[in-house]
Design a protein around this ligand. Sequence first.
Ligand code: MG
Length: 307
Amino acid sequence: MAEAIEMLPNAIEIYDDRMRSLIRPGASLQKLTDGAVHSEGPVYCREDDSIVWSDDHGNRLLRWSASDGLSVLRDPSDYQNGNDHDLEGRLVSCSSGLRAIIRQEYNGQWQVLCDRYQGKRLNSPNDLIVKRDGTIWFTDPPYGITEPNQGYGGEQEQPGSYVYRFDPATGEIDAVITDMLRPNGLAFNPDEQLLYVSDSSAFDLSEGYHHVRIYEVVEGQNAINGRVFAVIDPGQPDGLSIDEHGNVFISSEDSVQVYAPDGTHLGKILVPETVANLTFGGKNRDRLIIAAGHSLYTIGLNTYRMQ
Ligand code: MG
């Protein structure tokens, strides 16, 4: 763990000068709202400048905007967790309760897109990202089976916890990563040649990990040559997100931890609750939106996420 070279009044620890250029001058962490049992899976909705996110332990889907405040979109939500938009702007989500990937159609109804691999039920999809070709890449740890507050329980049918590539255009599903214990959050770098996946297995396995792995994406369809990119302390990494330069923003127990593409630990944005997930948002995609504990937080950045 690097020593902080500077502790700013707004609780940003800087280990490398590159961190300084990523935070908007004078920006400080702001709490937007609370009221969730456990905040997860934030996604920014540009059309109405709102944030939709999951209260996964509360089994609800929530919405917040500056003009409307907090509202409940789904109750129960079947333990919805990670959320993203597809290429047509529809919400696509991991349902740990239904053990499925689901999508909200234009009429507002949610439909199951995929819930099986090789004829067996998925474990409990946790987080997902939509690639620019429209395919949905998602992680499938068993927490919706093993943790009473993250799903409806049941039997695990898959032999492991994999990362899948699902093509909603064809219905095809492939296991693209099979060598992780508990794949959890995931994100592509800007040119989608690299895939980062957190392994949170230290949460429930005594021999488990608390690191982020990096894979090379081959022909847009497969992920190979996995290796450890960063070991995250304290706690375990959960969701992560990547900016236009390829800097990796990773959730941890005490903060959002920022790593350069070369693996240098740049710094931390300290958050007073345990960080579960994060995304970029705001009109210019230059705000970090952080789901932590019962709450949503935000801080202004000097960088943004490419669409
Ligand atoms: Mg997660």
